[in-house]
Design a protein around this ligand. Structure first.
Ligand code: FUL
Length: 474
């Protein structure tokens, strides 16, 4: 094993990245003046008076998210049009000049409070691109954005995520802004050290598309240059200096394999998030009421994202009433019900496991069955292959297996297969490449008492913290 791969195997997540990853599934809420103009991108000249969601209920949003099993919510506090959903002291272009609650409302506060009450983590989307603000295009704008961050990160309790997208168009004066990313990050780290900075930020990587497509092998250890990818995308495409074509791009299929990281100076823990909308648009359009994604599609994305070492950020756009439309709410309840019923009874909870090798008794094979995410099995350093046999004690029918690595130790598994004992011989029923935080294996139901997990390829030495067995159809 090369020195490089051995080093890659020892790159670990920060505490904030682990906490974020454990949220698994959370919502994006696009809401603002566009909701009332039927647009996707506002021009920044919309009259604030049009913002008037008469039946707005943050609790309804939170209830819908919870019905789907989501654990967090990210709100577009300001989109590209510049209109702010909180009464910022630094602009007049906000809810304070809207019709809603006579200009006395604070929508960010109501959503943050409802999240806290309902047990959801709360995150903020703040668009750096601002088509309204006159300061845009000068250094004054950077101060403005930092002041807005200060407001959002001090008045609304714990924030789990600041989501920056890379769109950088012209402002009202026809100028483009040179963003002070490092300055923004400093404010975030100072005020909310537990928050991840996503997409145009160092903590969470954009998966590379907005359609819900996922990679089969989603590595969390990737070339560090990807952390700048969304920020420099626009400029780099214009500068043909010969370097750009050599850079890894967030849209590339292969980001973390041995070949992909070969020759890269610096690697880092930069895990992926899959973001997509339940409808074609990000904002609500009545014309899309019958275009809500179906249950199969959403389940498929769930399995491939949450069950493929990513998180799933699903957009639910509230309508002009200020409510998540009935069609979307119904779909979320169906999705949550399906996920919940599938992963309710772990058929391996009382099983026994034994491995070809274990580092010591604190890392024996039964650690993968003990329901404790902090304990894990691992072999001795340098052992790249291993076999774990699991005795389910009785014959069981099952069609899903959940595997987790102990990511606090790194991401190491590259290839594994699953077999079951059938009439005295081992037969394969599933296989996969990477595991990472979580891999959900999905296969036609089989009935067996003995199963076997073979790690065919790994980096330095693999770990497994969890193995669970489920039956989806009961
Ligand atoms: C993009 C934006 O331009 C879209 O409007 C949306 O907010 C999406 C999540 O990010 O860059």
């Amino acid at each position: 094993m090369s020195e490089r791969i051995r080093n890659a195997a020892q790159i670990v997540p920060s505490a904030r990245q682990v906490a974020w990853q454990e949220l698994e599934f959370y919502s994006f809420i696009h809401f603002g003046v566009n909701t009332f103009t039927d647009k996707e991108w506002g021009l920044g000249d919309e009259d604030p008076a049009i913002f008037n969601p008469r039946e707005f209920s943050a609790k309804q949003w939170v209830d819908v998210c919870k019905s789907a099993g989501m654990k967090g919510l990210i709100l577009t506090c300001k989109h590209h049009d510049g209109f702010c959903l909180w009464p910022s002291a630094y602009t007049e272009y906000s809810v304070k000049n809207s019709t809603w609650r006579g200009g006395n409302g604070d929508l960010v506060k109501e959503v943050a409070d409802a999240c806290r009450e309902g047990g959801l983590a709360f995150g903020v989307y703040l668009s750096p691109w601002d088509r309204h603000d006159q300061r845009y295009g000068s250094s004054l704008y950077n101060d403005y954005l930092k002041n807005q961050l200060r407001e959002l990160l001090t008045h609304y309790g714990d924030i789990f995520c600041v989501w920056f997208d890379g769109a950088c168009g012209e402002g009202p004066n026809g100028l483009k802004q040179i963003y002070d990313w490092d300055g923004y990050y400093e404010v975030i780290r100072e005020l909310q050290p537990g928050a991840v900075i996503s997409v145009c930020g160092p903590d969470v990587r954009w998966c590379g598309n907005e359609a819900g497509h996922t990679r089969d092998s989603e590595w969390s250890v990737v070339p560090a240059e990807l952390q700048d990818c969304e920020k420099i995308q626009e400029e780099s495409q214009h500068v043909d200096d010969g370097e750009f074509s050599k850079r890894t791009n967030s849209r590339d299929e292969n980001l973390g394999s041995r070949e992909a990281i070969q020759g890269k100076d610096k690697l880092t823990w930069y895990p992926a998030e899959v973001n997509t909308s339940i409808r074609p648009g990000w904002f609500y359009h009545a014309s899309e009421d019958d275009k809500v994604r179906n249950l199969e599609e959403l389940l498929d994305i769930y399995y491939k994202s949450v069950g493929g070492n990513s998180t799933f950020l699903l957009n639910l756009p509230p309508d002009q009433r200020g409510l998540i439309h009935e069609n979307d709410a119904k779909r979320m309840a169906e999705l949550g019900q399906k996920i919940k019923s599938t992963f309710q009874h772990n058929l391996a909870a009382n099983a026994n496991a034994s491995a070809t090798e274990a580092l010591d008794e604190n890392h024996d094979a039964n650690r993968i069955l003990d329901g404790d995410k902090n304990t894990y099995w691992c072999p001795k350093e340098g052992t790249e292959h291993a076999v774990i046999e699991i005795d389910l004690i009785a014959e069981q029918a099952f069609d899903r297996i959940v595997l987790k690595e102990h990511i606090q130790s790194g991401q190491r598994i590259e290839k594994l297969r699953m077999e079951y004992l059938h009439n005295g011989s081992w037969e394969q029923f599933s296989e996969c490449t990477i595991v990472g935080y979580k891999r959900i294996l999905k296969f036609p139901a089989i009935t067996a008492r003995h199963i076997r997990l073979t790690i065919e390829q790994s980096r330095w030495c693999p770990t497994i913290s969890t193995l669970e067995v489920y039956l989806s159809s009961h």
